[in-house]
Design a protein around this ligand. Sequence first.
Ligand code: ZN
Length: 110
Amino acid sequence: MSKVHVKKGDTVVVLSGKEGLRGETGKVKAVMPKEGMVVVEGLNLIKRAVRPNPRNPQGGFIESEAPIHASKVMPICPSCEKPTRIRKKVLPDGTKARVCAKCDGVLDTK
Ligand SMILES: [Zn+2]
């Protein structure tokens, strides 16, 4: 089991971090459980220099997301639309679900 509390596809809010990143929301693009980091779509963009290549003959800079420490993000519940903690729950039909600790809304099932 990974210690990262969010999953790919979750919408998260950044709780702490540098100015301009704090309070931003986005969708988790990738989880790096070993590092305890997540990559969030459109957040924490860094510019990287690229050498000219066939796709980008001029070279130059591309923007890509740098990983954010998972402890700095919190999932947003799609039901109550608030940042929340996630609980695990077994539904009456036996399905395991991740539910919102605040409103009990189901985030997803597996
Ligand atoms: Zn909720």
